[in-house]
Design a protein around this ligand. Structure first.
Ligand code: UDP
Ligand code: MG
Length: 329
């Protein structure tokens, strides 16, 4: 029997590129069949769109597809998990709906994972990021340096969700039910043998990116608090060091007063001490709060997403019916 490939596509308000994506999708499915003998199914996840993009896919997408509509916007990370939960193929490829992820790169990744049975994931790394050295890049590099410090696995920089994984990798990902999902971290945590390829994303076709600066910062914090205790340790160590220095300084003053009788002039050093320690205290409290919030959301153990409805292309529905008839009879 032909090997199955599921292509997961989370989307949020992508009506402008929907028709274009359907064209890309049918080309990709044809190529996957001709070049690799794969049966392709598309698993689209509507992550709470408020436009009619979902309907456009239903009308224009050829071949086999399943459309999972979530009850609201849960975020791309949760949408991908929903897609994984609705997938049972031999290989799972994830790509964006905005045409930034091209069929060529996808086929390249498919070819690589099929060629090497030892390989469980191939992921695409943005090649254009390394060239530009902006403040944002420096911050991002610092982020990855910090989050990877002292870990047993490495979270690669500039890699997103444009990836293909084997069935067993997908199974492992399904087991990870983190509430505050930081996919890049989860892929790294899962392990197996992974291979990277470089790619240049295409320009976004219509619509807008859903990642504002604010959202990126929030997401980075989520990444930290679910994958690293390093920031917490660093602040604790720094706090400890400051306290020791303060103590030594206090002894010095005491000795001075005792032996020379000089009263120490105070205000500037006092203000510095108050500001530095007060600021550190607030920052650390905030950081601890982040971890507590993270622990709280995990403890509530709510489902990662809620499904509103599932619809299927006739072909996919037919296969299901056949399968259930077989199991009934
Ligand atoms: N997306 C989603 N839910 C969200 C945000 C984004 O499903 O809450 C989808 C979006 O429709 C697109 C993909 O995730 O298919 C990548 O999003 P986007 O293009 O905004 O990210 P960027 O390419 O700018 O990193
Ligand atoms: Mg995009």
């Amino acid at each position: 029997m032909a090997k199955q490939l599921d292509i997961l596509v989370p989307f949020l308000n992508e009506r402008e590129s929907a028709i274009g994506f359907c064209a890309l999708a049918s080309g990709l499915a044809t190529q996957a069949r001709q070049r690799f003998g794969l049966e392709t199914r598309f698993v689209l996840i509507d992550d709470g769109s408020t436009d009619d993009g979902g309907r456009l896919y239903e009308e224009h997408l050829q071949g086999t597809w399943t459309l999972v509509t979530l009850s609201r916007n849960f975020g791309k990370e949760a949408a991908i998990l929903a897609g994984l939960d609705h997938s049972e193929a031999d290989y799972v490829l994830m790509m964006d709906a905005d045409l930034q992820h091209t069929a060529e790169v996808a086929l390249d990744m498919i070819g690589r994972i099929l060629a090497d049975p030892e390989l469980d994931m191939v992921y695409a790394v943005r090649a254009d990021r390394a060239e530009t050295q902006t403040l944002g890049r420096y911050l991002a590099n610092g982020f990855y340096w910090l989050i990877n410090m002292g870990q047993r696995y490495e979270i690669p920089a500039n890699a997103g969700d444009f990836r293909i994984m084997s069935r067993r990798f997908a199974g492992a990902m399904r087991q990870l039910r983190d509430q505050r999902r930081f996919n890049k971290g989860l892929y790294a945590w899962t392990g197996f043998r992974q291979q990277r390829i470089l790619y240049k994303p295409a320009e976004r076709q219509g619509g807008t990116s859903k990642w504002s600066k604010r959202r990126l910062i929030a997401f980075s914090l989520e990444g930290f608090t679910s994958f690293s205790v390093v920031p917490l340790r660093m602040v604790s160590l720094f706090g400890g060091a400051v306290a020791v220095l303060g103590f030594l300084y206090g002894i010095k003053i005491l000795l001075e007063v005792l032996f020379t009788g000089v009263a120490v002039p105070g205000y500037p050093s006092l203000i510095v001490a108050v500001l530095v320690l007060g600021g550190l205290n607030l920052a650390l409290t905030g950081l601890v709060g982040e971890y507590v919030w993270s622990a709280l959301s995990e403890a509530k153990n709510r489902p990662n997403y809620i499904v509103k409805s599932v619809s299927q292309s006739q072909k996919a529905a037919g296969v299901r019916q056949q399968a259930s008839r077989k199991s009934n009879g």
